[in-house]
Design a protein around this ligand. Structure first.
Ligand code: ATP
Ligand code: MG
Length: 437
């Protein structure tokens, strides 16, 4: 219990995104929405709370997420609940629960939202973090995989990012992976004693995860282990070759990384990751892959799927590091009124401009001209509108362009139209505004 009057701070690994941060988050979300919708994805929103069994069964009871990282508690009447550590399982659950498989064609769904994992917090790694993700359910054609990756490349391009790498691999299917695991286990038995402690444990519990080890000293040994890509069954091999061929046709650059496996049990065939050199240690911006058996694992009909999750926190860091997005549009107008007799006219103008979607601020008290100009430049508005008693009488208000200093008289009824016209032009270069997208 905290003492009375003691400062209460945010929970370790969580953070507040302040108004200085959120414009970039919104821009990233807007761009993602536009790109996804151009590819015919539709938004789905699932709860943050799910039955613990959902993740144990899909993500896998042997994974780091399920064994160490989940926020799980016993609810008074609903049994064991968990704050979702990822959303693919939830989306597939909803797909089954609402029989979306009965709708015609393939389902393409996207989501935004917070995820929770009890990890060691550091730059780019938080306990509450945000993902932007998408899932395609009901098809396993290699063109779907290639289209997903093409879409991701477009999104990063639209965000102005150039320094990223798309890594792809295939982790096989329920037919060929067990065969590969036998071969891998055999090789691991020979080298296990020279690997790190985690890898020794993984060799027994989840040998595929050894390939994912980041410990420097283990790398040469891991390089020498058999590669899953050399042990694919003919169907998986053909699928993978078709995906890479299509990526080339679509002009999507990629690199095949035979060691790339993902930390969740449900993945099959195509797996991928995009990394950015701008991020440092936590360099994975997004990860994803195919999961053809997941629907059945969750009690649904056969419904092959593929999806990805972008770490939005890391994506925003990357966009920031690349300074690739222009600053957002600032506020358009500030209304300054001088004397009680002008209050009503000013209030009504503010109401009108806001209804016309022109971003407007107004002083709540009557204000002196000099102070008003100071307030307008602090707000970095493009126009200040000055209303004194004389203006109210004549019905013409003073509109001052804060960039050029030019001032003109515009009739009250025409101000909204005048500003709309003006705001279509980019702001002059000298102002802090770099223009609209
Ligand atoms: P990592 O190897 O970085 O732990 P992961 O394999 O656990 O990533 P996924 O479960 O595939 O990650 O999630 C997809 C993306 O979500 C990651 O590529 C990353 O950008 C982001 N992500 C995962 N965990 C966190 C976290 N704790 N904080 C911030 N972002 C995260
Ligand atoms: Mg992780």
């Amino acid at each position: 219990m905290s003492k009375k009057n003691e400062l209460i701070q945010s929970v370790k690994g969580t953070r507040d995104l302040l108004p200085a941060d959120t414009p970039l988050w919104q821009r990233v979300e807007d761009e993602a929405r536009k790109v996804f919708e151009a590819y015919n994805y539709r938004e789905i929103r699932t709860p943050v709370l799910e039955q613990t069994a959902l993740f144990a069964r899909s993500v896998g009871s042997d994974t780091d997420i399920v064994t160490k990282e989940m926020y799980t508690f016993d609810d008074r009447d609903s049994g064991s609940l968990t704050l979702r550590p990822e959303a693919t399982a939830s989306v597939v659950r909803a797909y089954i629960e609402h029989s979306l498989y009965n709708e015609p064609g393939i389902q393409k769904l996207y989501y935004f939202g917070p995820m929770f994992r009890r990890e060691r917090p550091q730059k780019g790694r938080y306990r509450q973090f945000y993902q932007i993700g998408a899932e395609v359910l009901g098809g396993d054609h290699p063109a779907i995989d290639a289209e997903v990756l093409e879409m991701l490349a477009l999104l990063l391009e639209r965000l102005g990012l150039k320094e990223f790498k798309l890594l792809v691999n295939s982790v096989g299917c329920s037919k060929c992976r067990p065969e590969y695991l036998k071969v891998l286990r055999k090789s691991l038995d020979e080298v296990k004693s020279r690997l790190c402690e985690d890898c020794q444990r993984r060799s027994n519990t989840n040998p595929l995860r050894v390939l994912d080890c980041k410990i420097e000293a283990d790398q040469p040994i891991i390089e020498g282990l058999p590669k899953i890509i050399d042990h694919l069954c003919p169907e998986c091999r053909q699928h993978f070759d078709a995906v890479t061929m299509e990526l080339k046709q679509r002009g999507v650059e990629f690199e095949v990384v035979p060691r790339l496996v993902r930390g969740l049990d449900y993945y099959t065939r195509t797996t991928f990751e995009i990394t950015s050199g701008l991020l440092g240690a936590q360099n994975a911006v997004l990860g994803g892959g195919r999961y053809d058996g997941l629907s059945e694992m969750l009690g649904g009909p056969p419904a092959p799927g593929i999806g990805f999750a972008i770490g939005q926190d890391r994506l925003v860091l990357t966009v920031e590091a690349a300074s690739s997005l222009k600053p957002a549009q600032p506020l358009a107008a500030y209304i300054a009124w001088m004397g009680e007799a002008t209050r009503e006219a000013a209030t009504m103008l503010a109401r009108e401009l806001r209804r016309e979607r022109i971003g407007t601020e107004i002083s709540y008290h009557p204000i002196k001209l000099r102070k008003a100009m100071g307030a307008a430049s602090k707000l970095q508005v493009r126009y200040a509108i000055i209303i004194g008693e004389q203006e109210v009488e004549s019905g013409n208000y003073q509109v001052k362009d804060m960039g050029t200093g030019e001032q003109q008289s515009v009739s009250a009824g025409e101000i909204a139209g005048f500003l709309k016209e003006k705001l279509r032009e980019p702001a002059p270069a000298a102002s802090p505004v770099a223009g609209q997208q």
